[in-house]
Design a binder for this molecule. Sequence first.
Ligand SMILES: [Zn+2]
Length: 268
Amino acid sequence: MIKRLSLVIAIITAILLTACDVPAPATFSPAGNIPAPAPSVRPSTPASAPQAKPSQAASPIQPGTVTAQVVRVIDGDTIEVNIGGKSYTVRYIGIDTPETVHPTKPVEYLGKEASDKNKELVSGKTARLDKDVSETDKYGRLLRYVYVGDLFINAELVRLGYAQVATYPPDVKYQDLFLKLQREAREAGRGLWGIAVTTAPTQTPTQIPKTVIPLTTPAPTPTDIVYITNTGAKYHRAGCRYLSKSSIPIERKEAISRGYTPCSVCRP
Ligand SMILES: [Zn+2]
């Protein structure tokens, strides 16, 4: 009887002791039975403590989202901004708007439309700039996604049909969104898609031979506009089946000078 009792006591004591033993040292000293004294001492901070922070921002721009003042709209996809007193040129990621510098009228017209729309959206505003992978393009312009309030400007220009999707890896974070918006814009005939699309389904009398441009102004030489893609090396007529993924209007001369050759299917 006494033996049993003392055994039970011994067991209980043992349990209590181990119970007391367990919680304290569990964090870092499983082997050492020394009753862990000061909780503030971290065993893992012997030598490496002081080098934690100072090696971060080499570039003047902080990583991630930055607030900028839009100083000037250069064209449909490029703006000048002020960040912390410094001026930077920002190129919108993932999109292309028609050039404003080329002399052919339709291109100029669309380019101006895009530029005006961009002005309407961002001019004089405070914008948030967000980067993808690349910091700058080969011209030293900051590559950024641009937001004004809740509006995602890169996407909005595509949605309205003033910009086309232009994907330059590795900066592809919103490619799917842009392509979806572009499809919608094209189907709705918005912006530049309106002009490209109306060349086909107008009620032009069947007789009329070659003048297919339904613009109010007598456009000079409509055939001088051809279409290229983001990836291909050929230029095409509007509506060519190879333009299903992307279709960028461009002056023929310009296409040729950039090394594009005529598509053998649509024979532009
Ligand atoms: Zn073609």
